[in-house]
Design a protein around this ligand. Structure first.
Ligand SMILES: Cc1ncc(COP(=O)(O)O)c(C=O)c1O
Length: 490
């Protein structure tokens, strides 16, 4: 439309959005009553709206962006691939970008620090752990984190069937989040997101969440002995021969509010699963690609799962792609003649899309060329330093940080840990209040999440925290004076 001012365009687009779009995970009544923020461009770690206002991308555009927006190497990789092929099916055909990417992911996959009695990788050479290759040698591509988990569940269940065992159940953690499709929801444990669908879900067994701030077992982290993880022992002793796999987010339960597990928790769960002969599915959709300070969270505790789920940061936050990595032992169970029906019946129109694979390769190149992982310790420390003054805030119950993943849990009363009444939507109010201060953050309930791109500079991190701290001041001061009718906008 010619001659339209920026302000008029914003207004027109907002009206069209509110007339026609149904947004994901968004309470739509509140959305329709507010002015939507319309993002037009991205530059580095900033997003720019249709009126030209700039905002620090405080949640990496839903935990996906890694090296910033408009990175020249990532842009170029997509353009170059576009010149060759945008898409061809991955069912019964293949293409160079996916082939190269699969090999790169296998070479990067986490390796166990602890020798065990499982068969080694086919290329395994004797030597120190660092010289070993992961047993995760097979890569199945799909399009998002939920799909990578669905695939993992199907792989695990079918693996046992192919071996002649019926194992129809999975062990999940309370407070887990693995995506929004029905299988992924079945192994989830966040009532707010999952309870509605409970009647549609398959049966699972659950173990407590490692939520030390509100310990479900009423223990103290100093001397709990990781009893929440040991609960797995009881479940597997009782019904281990019916369990296909234990599914876990390593180190951080992200969507539950950045719940950071105590050191050793993942290792304990892995050891128990191993001892009972149950598969371990590790979901690194959120934690993968540097978020916790290492390429994969598994590396902190030397864990080599049987199945590994990757998504989000896999393409640097550019295009939708996920990968489910499995060991050769699992893969081999699917090898048979077609009429034996051991095929993995899963896949979509856009599975293994070449543009997605090309940008994922470029993402890995940037990790190498810019020494991204080596740059993280200084940023992680800077972020911790910037957050420190907030620990004394009267409405900050706990600040949880693992790498560049941060959750700030807001409470009405620090001494009792009493939450704010839900209708006040304090977390959402904080997020809203950061915007005029030049930052975008997204809460999970009353936990304010910061998850900046790995590329964010120390100066930008300090600005992000300053904007968030001021917004917390403002929203928590206003909370007691707001009526229920004013709440409810998510
Ligand atoms: C640990 C974990 N698994 C799976 C998912 C689902 O990923 P997606 O939104 O790409 O389907 C998420 C999303 O936040 C996640 O945090």
């Amino acid at each position: 439309m010619t001659g339209e001012s920026a302000a008029d365009r914003t207004k027109r687009l907002a009206a069209l959005d509110q007339a026609h779009i149904w947004h994901p995970f968004t309470p739509m009544q509140g959305w329709m009553e507010d002015d939507p923020l319309i993002i037009e461009r991205g530059e580095g770690c900033e997003l720019i709206d249709t009126d030209g206002n700039r905002y620090l991308d405080g949640v990496s555009s839903l935990w996906v962006n890694v090296h910033g927006h408009g990175h020249p190497a990532l842009d170029a990789a997509i353009t170059a691939q576009l010149g060759r092929l945008a898409h061809s099916t991955f069912l019964g055909l293949t293409h160079p970008a996916a082939i190269e990417l699969a090999a790169r992911l296998v070479a990067l996959a986490p390796v166990s620090h602890v020798p065990d009695d499982r068969p080694a990788s086919t290329d395994d050479t004797p030597g120190p752990a660092s010289a070993r290759r992961s047993r995760l040698e097979r890569v199945f591509f799909s399009e998002n984190g939920a799909a990578s988990v669905e695939v993992a569940l199907k792989m695990a269940y079918s693996y046992w069937r192919h071996k002649g065992e019926e194992r129809p159940t999975f062990v999940r953690l309370e407070n887990a989040y693995h995506g929004d499709t029905i299988g992924a929801v079945s192994v989830g444990g966040i009532d707010r997101f999952h309870e509605t669908y409970r009647p549609l879900l398959f049966a699972t067994a659950s173990i407590p969440s490692p939520y030390c701030y509100r310990c479900p077992l009423d223990l103290s982290p100093a001397d709990c002995g990781l009893r929440c993880a040991d609960a797995l022992e009881d479940v597997l002793a009782r019904e281990g021969d019916r369990v296909a796999a234990v599914v876990i987010e390593p180190l951080v339960q992200g969507a539950a509010g950045i719940i950071t597990a105590p050191d050793g928790h993942l290792r304990r769960v892995a050891d128990i699963a191993r001892r009972h002969g149950v598969l371990l599915v590790v979901d690194e959709v959120a934690t993968g690609f540097g978020r916790t300070g290492k390429m994969f969270a598994c590396e902190h505790e030397g864990i080599e799962p049987d199945i590994l789920c990757l998504a989000k940061g896999l393409t640097g936050g550019y295009l939708p792609l996920s990968a489910t990595l499995a060991t050769s032992e699992i893969f081999d169970a699917f090898l048979a003649r077609p009429e034996e029906h051991r095929t993995l019946y899963h896949g979509h129109s856009y599975s293994g899309n070449p543009l997605c694979c090309a940008v994922a390769m470029a993402n890995l190149d940037v990790f190498e060329n810019e020494q991204t992982i080596a740059s993280l310790p200084a940023k992680i420390d800077a972020l911790a330093g910037a957050l420190k003054p907030l620990t004394d805030h009267p409405h900050v119950g706990e600040i949880r940080q693992r790498g560049l993943m941060v959750g700030i849990e807001l409470v009405a009363d620090r001494s009792t840990k009493e939450p704010f009444p839900e209708h006040l939507q304090v977390g959402a109010e904080v997020a809203k209040a950061t915007r005029p201060r030049g930052a975008i953050v997204r809460p999970l309930g009353d936990v304010v999440v910061l998850m900046p791109p790995l590329a964010m500079t120390e100066e930008e991190l300090a600005r992000l925290v300053a904007a968030t701290a001021t917004a917390i001041d403002e929203a928590t001061a206003a909370a007691p004076h707001r009526s229920p009718a004013e709440g409810g906008r998510g």
